[in-house]
Ligand binder design. Structure first.
Ligand code: SAM
Length: 255
């Protein structure tokens, strides 16, 4: 079996489109995963993935890379907080916000805490999505480690978390502000009418065509004047092609 056949099998069996990922990086990563589990070739690896549930989850985790933390890149997040305030003033109604590829929920919950802080009493709508059901279940639980919250402003940590058996338990008020659902940025349809979309540290793994297509769909999903917040290594150089103007280094405004 070659990589093309392997990609077809993964699409059929896992529903994940590996052809969207940057191929050199992906092949290197899969080879390293195979050597860790002692598979000598893709055929052996497929046999293992067919029968071993733990290896299937490891493969999924490895492909999707769900590293995250609250207030990731704190100085950039502060800039986002300012833009969020502007959005609240501009729209004069509750915001519809989408945290795409949200991993274990650190990103949408960071936004929920900011909103609770700056816009008390207003019920904003935060939708958080990811391709991986297992991490969405973890996100819904709202239990974190000390390292997940290391960048969190101290007053937020004290106000919104309690500690039990070394775990940081998120306040149910913040948990209830976010609804989680499964969504694949490559294969699934996008909703629309969003005022804010946050999508950070995932498109970096995709090839340029897929990236461009995702930005096009984000632009259609945003209301005019709405903002797109991207990762710290994901500047969009051709942002004008998608009907955006630059609002700040990693924030784009739909015209
Ligand atoms: C590195 S994490 C980023 C989490 C968070 N956005 C952040 O910046 O901290 C990447 C996330 O993208 C998700 N992901 C990977 N491929 C995806 C896809 N095609 N559609 C939606 N989510 C995807 C992974 O499951 C993972 O949770």
């Amino acid at each position: 079996m070659d990589f093309i056949e392997f990609e077809k099998w993964v699409l059929k069996d896992f529903g994940i489109d590996l052809s969207a990922y940057k191929s050199n990086q992906l092949h290197r990563r899969i080879k390293s995963l195979m050597s860790r589990v002692g598979a000598n070739n893709l055929d052996e690896y497929v046999i293992l993935l067919k029968k071993d549930q733990e290896q299937r989850q490891k493969f999924l985790d490895f492909i999707t890379i769900n590293v995250t933390e609250f207030f990731r890149n704190p100085e950039i997040f502060n800039e986002f907080k300012l833009k969020l305030k502007e959005e609240i003033t501009r729209s004069k109604r509750p915001l519809k916000i989408w945290s795409a590829a949200c991993s274990i929920g650190a990103e949408p919950y960071s936004i929920a805490m900011i909103l609770d802080d700056i816009s008390k009493g207003v019920k904003h709508n935060i939708i958080a999505t990811d391709i991986d059901n297992t991490i969405l279940e973890k996100a819904k639980k709202g239990e974190y480690s000390a390292s997940d919250i290391k960048n969190m402003p101290k007053d937020y940590a004290n106000k919104y978390f309690s500690i039990s058996e070394g775990k940081y338990i998120l306040d149910s008020k913040i948990k209830n502000m976010v609804s989680f659902k499964k969504h694949d940025l490559i294969m699934d349809r996008y909703s629309n009418g969003f005022d804010v979309i946050i999508c950070r540290n995932v498109v970096i793994y995709f090839n340029q065509d897929i990236k461009d297509n995702i930005y096009k769909k984000f632009s259609s999903a945003l209301n005019p004047g709405g903002i797109l917040f991207v990762g710290a290594t994901e500047s969009i150089y051709n942002y004008k092609d998608f009907g955006f103007e630059k609002a700040s280094t990693f924030i784009y405004k739909k015209l």
